[in-house]
Design a binder for this molecule. Structure first.
Ligand code: NDP
Ligand code: MG
Length: 378
């Protein structure tokens, strides 16, 4: 029987790549739900090709196929993700809107393929506890976490997680270069073609900071046992060190198709979209280096917030996201993103064991304060 799947954020970078994967393995999957933000044209094309029963749009828009049920807004997304017919839901929306639908899916006992890391950064304790309670699997799509997931045989024997970072477009640039970086330079990622928000996060390395927090929640490791290493070629997607010192890494050409496919077909591996066999001799060498935390202060900031726990990570996530949006609108400089996030974090109180409502309240409050700070600077 075909697995039934819904993809929220099907018009984005992960969403469209997921559809490419599913097209290749269409005898394994039936798409029953799709969702878009504002790209109604692309959603209409996807509807024509994949025939979902229900779709969701963030605002009013026309779906040409009148047999499809159309939902709207955040409530629509929650309804779409509550449909128990689903075997799995791929959460590929960007930013904070991923959290509520993920919770709805978990409460309805539906497994999650999770691309949206903000969900765990905002509310990792709550989400992972709920998943445990409802016996739901959270399968990572993020390439580093997929790699770690693939490397772990018996988690009780793993001593340390080692997350690789490509280093982004400014890896070997000076702090001065970074201070003057334009939006265009920042969006030119050397290895990955991703949405704008995550691409900026990759340039500041905040993406790595968020991934450390994501790994902490997914695999239950202390922050002291999660390391980051820079690896510009993005061939080693991450590794784990076992207690006896043996290191197991997952390798592959940089493509999101593999982690997306593994998350939705887990525990099976199928040929799918694989285009080329991996060749060690063609790659010839792999480089690794220590991250420069003077240049990329976002990583120590994420470690600190992660260790503090509670709403600390909700705060840095919200402040960073608003600062990234302001940078994309040319309101602030690239380095201001860290400065703003750090200032907001240091000036706001952290709730140790927040409820989900307190998390959303914190998120809202921090976004307002961050926008006010940005307006003052602008
Ligand atoms: P994109 O910006 O490319 O896509 C985001 C998707 O979310 C689009 O379908 C967009 O719709 C939709 N969306 C945006 N705003 C809203 C809204 N208000 N309501 C409903 N839908 C909305 O992002 P990515 O695909 O790059 O990233 C998605 C998530 O996956 C992020 O959390 C990111 O951190 C994570 N991730 C991405 C990776 C990548 O390689 N891209 C790698 C690892 C993780 P529309 O375009 O129609 O407006
Ligand atoms: Mg990643």
């Amino acid at each position: 029987m075909k697995k039934k799947i819904t993809i929220i954020g099907s018009t984005g970078s992960i969403g469209t790549q997921a559809l490419e994967v599913i097209e290749k393995i269409s005898d394994e999957f039936e798409i029953i739900g799709l969702s878009a933000g504002s790209n109604v044209d692309l959603l209409n094309q996807q509807v024509e090709k994949f025939h979902p029963k229900t779709v969701c749009l963030s605002k009013k828009g026309e779906i040409s196929d009148k047999s499809v049920k159309v939902l709207y807004g955040n409530e629509g997304l929650e309804e779409l993700c509550s449909n128990k017919e689903n075997d799995i839901i791929l959460v590929a929306v960007s930013g904070k809107i991923g959290l509520k639908p993920t919770i709805s899916a978990i409460k309805n006992g539906i497994n999650i393929a999770l691309a949206n890391k903000e969900t765990l950064v905002m509310a990792g304790d709550i989400v992972m506890d709920l998943a445990k309670k409802h016996n739901v699997k959270i399968l990572p799509v993020d390439s580093e976490h997929s790699a770690i997931h693939q490397c772990i045989k018996d988690i009780s024997q793993v001593a340390k997680l080692i997350i690789t970072a490509s280093g982004g477009p400014f890896l070997h640039k000076t702090i001065e270069d970074m201070k003057n970086a334009t939006v265009e330079q920042t969006l030119k990622h050397p290895r990955w073609n991703m949405g704008r928000k995550i691409t900026v996060d990759s340039a500041t390395l905040m993406n790595k900071g968020l991934e450390i927090i994501e790994a902490h929640h997914l695999f239950g490791f202390d922050y002291d046992n999660i390391d980051v290493v820079v690896h510009p070629q993005s061939i080693v997607h991450s590794a784990v060190e076992y207690k006896d010192g043996s290191v197991v890494a997952q390798l592959g050409l940089p493509s999101m198709h593999i982690p997306i496919q593994y998350a939705i077909t887990y525990p099976n591996r199928i040929e799918g979209i694989k285009s080329k066999s991996f060749s060690f001799s063609e790659i010839a060498h792999l480089d690794f280096e220590k991250p420069d935390f003077e240049k990329f202060k976002t990583v120590p900031l994420a470690y600190n917030a992660g260790k503090e726990g509670g709403t600390a990570t909700t705060i840095i996530n919200a402040a960073n996201e608003e600062a990234v949006f302001a940078f994309l609108e040319n309101k602030i400089k690239l380095f201001d993103i860290y400065a703003i996030t750090e200032k907001i974090y240091s000036e706001n109180n952290v709730i140790k064991k927040p409820s989900i409502d307190e998390i959303f309240e914190t998120d809202n409050e921090i976004r307002i304060k961050t926008k006010e700070l940005i307006e003052k600077l602008h």
